[in-house]
Design a protein around this ligand. Structure first.
Ligand SMILES: Cc1ncc(C[n+]2csc(CCOP(=O)(O)OP(=O)(O)O)c2C)c(N)n1
Ligand SMILES: [Mg+2]
Length: 624
């Protein structure tokens, strides 16, 4: 027995977190890289005091609580979920500002430890500043809102509850199947209360990340299915990358000849120039991937949760007898589409399948078709990269410049707007971390905060944040943090005068882009696509400069390319601002996304869109 330690709840919590480690493939690392936070009365005397006393657990000041959660999960994503951050807030709005981040974490299956302050456990001084009062129960606080967006939630009402809560919280954070946001609500008084914690609670702990293998009978059934099918396709999701299975996937593809489409989180699973890499699949997918998917009789999903973008709202796979094999660490995902579940680690299972499939190859004709589609797609990307749109450049050609003139080892970060769809199609991923897209929650405002986390996780790489004007206006304040910490980002700010993506969506629904442009109202109404609308003059350059960033304004693709070179050489976080055409988009390629259209409308364009929608609806499959 080691000696007990008399510590406050907050001190014990931090001392415990310091000792947590993960280990996979013989490599051990600290689970927590530190703590992001903003102090208020709900945490300054508790967690704040503990962090001050224990500088080994590094504290990073940020500007916005949502942003810090996004930075934390971006870090975790780059680290393949083996490391993350803790996030501390005050009570009330500081805490609820993390809700969106919590949802982003849990939707994307990325670990983060949230430590919102909470109202007094002893209650006698209630209602305290920022306390939500309830007639129903004195046990309610705003932190109860975290329950549905957390994979584990607890409230620490007395110090010794840490002894049972923390190990469970760590188990969930480090579990590939259960991970997501973990919330420990910390009443502000309890944080400061002391207890004699058993010494061994603070021993070095290692959480071994298993590479589980699927049921043997299921593997045999999967092999039989693969040997029997004629047109298989692999859907590679984020799980391929988190499991560090990209090399195993490449070998599997080389051996079997099965082509690969990639989800948003899975893009980069296979290098873009592999002849069987079909690129993005689904609603924002390539013609190559979507043609092969349409005709596939067997879909092998690896580490994918089959979001509606991946399945093109269940229209992507049209073979009437299509079947699914779902290789996933999570039983929940493995069971989707009535698939054959291979519940296990992507890398271990792919290696095992490769051995069991010795001698198997797809027909030459099928492989050649996939390769032809791959090459045709590369030609299409070249076309869009060289569009030379005037007077303003198109977004697609700017992405061409970025792709071709950024460091091949760079990480590109994006999340929302018209960019994810274009990038999913156009970005040529040269390594598994090249394409960092938050598209589970597609949360505007993730970009700069996420870039911060990415750069902290991979300081040796260039980090290129691509952010729309809409997202920039929503949440860019952590540019200050990048400047403060010397965490250098290259931020590409695309000014297209508003919400281009939703404008295009609105137009496709017959609604003329209503409410999607940054224009002044006329007669109390915001105009849509009318040519003489009065644009807002927003000085983004001055805004970014005022936060400490270096700013370069570019007008043409040539200037843009030069600006990128300058930004790459710069030491300070650099924002490249460029206006681009708001109407020129990258087309869809045999794909669809179900956004229901108004059933009743006075507008003929809406009625027309409704008819088209009803026709497409009939293509949605149930996979029973
Ligand atoms: C937090 C949040 N609010 C709303 C949305 C819905 N939404 C998706 S894209 C978009 C517009 C984004 O505008 P911008 O960043 O300028 O990108 P653009 O569409 O112009 O490419 C909106 C409002 C969202 N994804 N996230
Ligand atoms: Mg925009």
């Amino acid at each position: 027995m080691t000696q007990s330690r008399r510590l406050t709840t907050a001190q014990a919590l931090i001392a415990f977190l310091l000792q947590q480690h993960t280990r996979r493939d013989g490599v051990e690392q600290r689970l927590f890289a530190g703590c992001f936070g903003i102090f208020g009365h709900g945490n300054v005397a508790g967690i704040g005091q503990a962090l001050q006393q224990m500088p080994e657990f590094r504290y990073y000041q940020v500007r916005n609580e949502q942003a810090m959660v996004h930075a934390a999960i971006a870090y975790a994503k780059v680290k393949n979920r083996l490391q993350t951050f803790a996030c501390t807030t005050s009570i009330g709005p500081g805490a609820t500002n993390m809700l969106t981040g919590a949802a982003t974490a849990t939707i994307n299956r990325l670990p983060v430890l949230l430590l919102p302050g909470d109202i007094f456990a002893r209650r006698n001084v209630a209602p305290v500043l920022q306390q939500l009062e309830s007639l129903q129960s004195q046990d309610f606080s705003v932190n109860d809102c975290f329950k549905p967006v957390s994979r584990y939630w607890d409230r620490i009402n007395r110090p010794d509850q840490l002894l049972t809560a923390l190990p469970e919280a760590m188990r969930v954070l480090t579990s590939p199947t259960e991970t997501g946001a973990v919330t420990l609500a910390l009443p502000q008084d309890v944080q400061t209360e002391a207890f004699d914690f058993p010494g061994e609670f603070f021993d070095h702990r290692v959480w071994h990340i298993a590479r589980n293998r699927p049921d043997t009978a299921a593997l045999h059934r999967a092999v039989a299915l693969i040997r029997d099918c004629r047109r298989p396709v692999i859907v590679a999701g984020g799980g391929v990358i988190y499991a560090d299975a990209t090399e195993a996937l490449r070998k599997f593809v080389d051996q079997t000849g099965i082509p690969v489409g990639e989800t948003m989180a899975g893009k980069g699973s296979l290098r873009y120039d592999h002849p069987l890499c079909l690129g993005g699949i689904g609603a924002t997918g390539t013609l190559a991937a979507n043609r092969i998917a349409r005709d596939a009789d067997l879909v092998i999903g690896i580490g994918t949760r089959y979001s509606d973008f991946t399945t093109a709202s269940k229209t992507a796979f049209q073979d009437p007898d299509v079947e699914f094999i779902n290789l996933n660490v999570t039983e929940f995902d493995a069971g989707k589409h009535h698939g054959l579940p291979l519940i296990g680690d992507a890398r271990a299972t792919l290696e095992e399948l490769a051995v069991m499939l010795t001698g198997y190859r797809v027909d030459d004709a099928y492989r050649e078709r996939a390769e032809r589609l791959h090459h045709a797609w590369e030609t299409e990307v070249d076309r869009i990269y060289a569009l030379h749109h005037t007077p303003l450049p198109s977004q697609g050609e700017l992405f061409g410049v970025l792709n071709e003139h950024s460091d091949p080892g760079a990480i590109m970060v994006n999340a929302a707007g018209s960019m994810p769809g274009d990038l999913h199609k156009l970005w040529r991923s040269r390594h598994p971390k090249n394409f960092h897209m938050e598209y589970g929650n597609s949360c505007m405002g993730y970009e700069i905060a996420g870039g911060l986390g990415v750069k902290m996780a991979a300081p040796e790489r260039d980090v290129i944040v691509i952010v729309g004007d809409g997202s920039y206006l929503m949440l860019s304040s952590d540019l200050v943090t990048a400047v403060q910490q010397g965490i250098k980002l290259i931020v590409v700010l695309l000014d297209n005068g508003g919400y281009k993506s939703i404008g295009a969506l609105s137009r496709s629904l017959g609604q003329d882009g209503f409410g999607t442009r940054f224009v002044r109202p006329r007669d109390g109404q915001l105009e849509g696509d009318s040519a003489d609308a009065q644009p807002l003059e927003i000085d983004y350059a001055a805004n970014a400069r005022s936060l400490g960033a270096t700013v370069i304004t570019a007008r043409t693709t040539g200037e843009f390319s030069a600006a990128l070179a300058t930004a790459r050489a710069a030491e300070n976080t650099t924002v490249i601002l460029i206006r681009n055409d708001r109407l020129t988009g990258v087309p869809g390629y045999d794909s669809w996304w179900d956004v229901p259209v108004a059933e009743v409308s006075d507008m003929p364009s809406v009625q027309e869109a409704r008819r088209a929608w009803e026709a497409m609806r009939t293509r949605e499959r149930l996979f029973l």
